[in-house]
Design a protein around this ligand. Structure first.
Ligand code: 1GP
Length: 249
């Protein structure tokens, strides 16, 4: 099994991780190239690429190739099996743990696994947990979002993900969410994961639109954060976000 990309992320964990998300539905290859270059220069760890709507293979492949010009690893973040392409470096192999639809908790993974094997992609086992607003990911994935302030429930799902062997626990408020996941909720998850000496990554995303929000998420115990919407609006914002994540200002 390949694990090159995950190992790189794990190595960067002590200095905290920043992931730049590109939504194929909203991004041209030229824009993807620009965002990825800014991400590389600013010190982002990798490009995540995927979304819930409007993802189709030829466009996705073109975007991945544009992103790879930056030199950053490109990790697929699929909403469904249409989010796969052999041109990426790795894929977040996700279980949407709090979906009410078995398709997202076993069905789609079985559809995807033989395809991923043929593509030769590195798989990064990921427990995907939808919290609060949930955005399109929550709606399309038929999640029962955990209320923002219920860190105890988020911790229970995160423990379950870790005990199932997930290398990444991804707490998701949804792309473009009006509020990020509160620091208190992240803290409770961190505390629970520390109790089992979890050595994977706790990643938080959705609605993190300011350096302050990024800093708070990290202070609360996230190993890294994901930025999508803010970067689409202003690729230069990545510099400020990464400084906050790495506690450099
Ligand atoms: C969405 O967590 C990511 O899957 C990023 O969210 O677009 O709100 O930054 P934003």
């Amino acid at each position: 099994m390949k694990d090159r990309v995950f190992k790189k992320l794990l190595e960067e964990k002590k200095n905290k991780i920043h992931l730049t998300l590109i939504d194929p539905d909203k991004t041209s290859p030229e824009m993807a190239r620009l965002i990825s270059l800014s991400a590389y220069k600013a010190g982002s760890s990798a490009i995540l690429i995927g979304g819930s709507l409007g993802v189709y293979e030829p466009h996705l492949t073109e975007l991945v190739k544009s992103c790879k010009e930056s030199g950053l690893p490109v990790i697929l973040f699929p909403g469904n099996i249409n989010g796969l392409t052999a041109s990426a470096d790795a894929v977040l192999f996700m279980l949407l743990l709090n979906s009410d639809d078995p398709y997202y908790v076993g069905g789609v993974q079985a559809q995807a696994a033989p395809i991923i094997l043929r593509m030769g992609l590195e798989t990064i086992p990921t427990a995907y947990i939808i919290i609060g607003h949930g955005g399109a990911a929550g709606y399309i994935g038929k999640a029962r979002p955990i209320p923002y302030e219920r860190g105890d429930i988020a911790a229970a799902y995160s423990l379950a993900g870790a005990m199932l062997g997930a290398k990444v626990i991804y707490l998701e408020a949804g792309s473009g969410a009006p509020y990020p996941i509160p620091p208190q909720t992240i803290s409770l998850v961190r505390r629970a994961l520390d109790q089992i000496e979890y050595n994977g990554l706790l990643i938080v995303g959705g609605g993190i639109n300011s350096p302050e929000a990024a800093r708070e998420a990290i202070k609360a115990g996230a190993d890294g954060i994901v930025n999508g919407t803010i970067v689409e609006k202003d690729p230069n914002s990545i510099y400020h976000m990464i400084k906050a994540v790495k506690n450099e200002n």
